[in-house]
Write a protein that binds this ligand. Structure first.
Ligand code: SAH
Ligand code: SF4
Length: 362
């Protein structure tokens, strides 16, 4: 087994087997790893160009009814003071994203499925569409819901949805969630989202306790099997007030970062025309992490545009960057990163996934 033969295979559209994917994921720092990133970047140029699509992310509530064992805002973390940004403010913040030229917003929150929550999102989405004259693209990332709820939000104007499977192997999923969280239900939600018409995104956390390289290899094949349009995956980062924290006493940020980057590169080589996010967790591990993500094949960045005063309340993991920044400072930094990477920011565009249109045609 060697790198060139695996890359050649992937270029011809042949899916590598699990040992080959593991070989790529285990590449140590050095020439071969650099070659992997370079090949992924070439594939990115060929299929999606040297363009960065932006989505301003609004973390509009940290109230969550779920209890994922890794997440800082899980229900049982009573140290968190909970907030819900009022509807008017969500709309105002989205309109600020429009003014900044971001082209799209992501509304993200903890998970709730009560009617008040569903109706709030429905109204906010409708108003953002109206008040921006249809200019803003809207992605939701609001957890597991019924098909009917997904449909309601789609009809209100949301057109993309992010729901990470978190771990594609059910045994691993079970180890990082309480027993009443269901992998099957989450997987089925991805199907419901596609049926409702959304561009659908999924992803996993990388470098989780109990996770092997085979697990990650299977995650990448899961993306392919599910035929998703967008990938948002990032390194796992400890939050001390969660049950999973004690499972990783030897947290190694550099290992997590490199694993995150290699997973992006392999995903680009495998899936080619999808949108892949260079996630905030990469930036949390290294000041240049997001830029490295772009150079490894990612093409989407989600700057945080949540009101500064709310940011400290939405700590999914420790060391989340930008907690004390305002949105304008964040954008200036992003422009510098893009220029350094030789990438061109696509202002005022939705930046849809080419894979979605190819899927619909074919
Ligand atoms: N409640 C929604 C959306 C908000 S959570 C949902 O769960 O889908 C968004 C993502 O944050 C999750 O999908 C998870 O992958 C990520 N996340 C949570 N805790 C994390 C941690 N400790 N390290 C890295 N990512 C984490
Ligand atoms: Fe809630 Fe999402 Fe965190 Fe799970 S990952 S506890 S659903 S916010």
């Amino acid at each position: 087994m060697n790198l060139s033969s695996i890359l050649e295979k992937m270029e011809q559209g042949i899916t590598p087997d699990i040992p080959e994917l593991v070989y790529l994921l285990e590449l140590p720092d050095g020439m071969e790893k650099d070659q992997l990133f370079a090949a992924a970047y070439q594939t990115k140029l060929k299929y999606v160009g040297n363009k960065i699509h932006l989505r301003g992310i609004i973390e509009f509530s940290n109230i969550c009814t779920k209890n994922c064992c890794y997440c800082g805002i899980r229900r049982d973390n009573h140290k968190v003071s909970r907030y819900q940004i009022p509807e008017d403010d969500i709309v105002t913040q989205a309109m600020a994203a429009d003014q900044m030229g971001l082209g799209s917003v992501v509304l993200q929150s903890g998970e709730r499925s009560d009617e008040a929550f569903i109706a709030l999102i429905e109204r906010a989405v409708r108003r953002i569409k109206q008040e921006s004259n249809g200019r803003l693209g809207i992605t939701l990332s609001t957890g597991e819901q019924s098909g009917e709820t997904y449909q309601r939000w789609f009809e209100a104007g949301a057109h993309r949805f992010l729901l990470r499977i978190e771990a594609s192997v059910p045994e691993l999923y079970a180890k990082i969630h309480p027993p009443d969280h269901s992998w099957e239900k989450r997987k089925n939600c991805l199907k419901l989202l596609s049926e409702a018409g959304y561009q659908t995104g999924t992803g996993v956390m990388l470098g989780l306790p109990f996770q092997t390289m085979e697990h990650i290899a299977k995650d990448l094949l899961f993306y392919q099997e599910m035929n998703v349009d967008m990938i948002g995956m990032g390194p796992y980062i400890i939050h001390k007030d969660t049950p999973l924290a004690k499972e990783m006493p030897d947290f190694d940020p550099e290992r997590q970062l490199q694993l995150g980057l290699k997973a992006i590169a392999i995903t680009r080589l495998l899936l080619k025309n999808v949108n892949i996010a260079s996630t905030t967790a990469l930036q949390a591990l290294h000041p240049q992490g997001r830029k490295y993500g772009l150079l490894a094949g990612a093409n989407v960045i989600m700057p945080n545009i949540t009101e500064s005063c709310r940011r400290a309340g939405y700590l999914l993991y420790q060391g989340k960057p930008g907690v004390n920044d305002d949105s304008a400072a964040g954008l200036e930094q992003l422009k510098r990163e893009a220029a350094e990477a030789g990438e061109v920011i696509q202002w005022n565009e939705w930046g849809d996934s080419p894979h979605y249109f190819a899927r619909r045609q074919g």
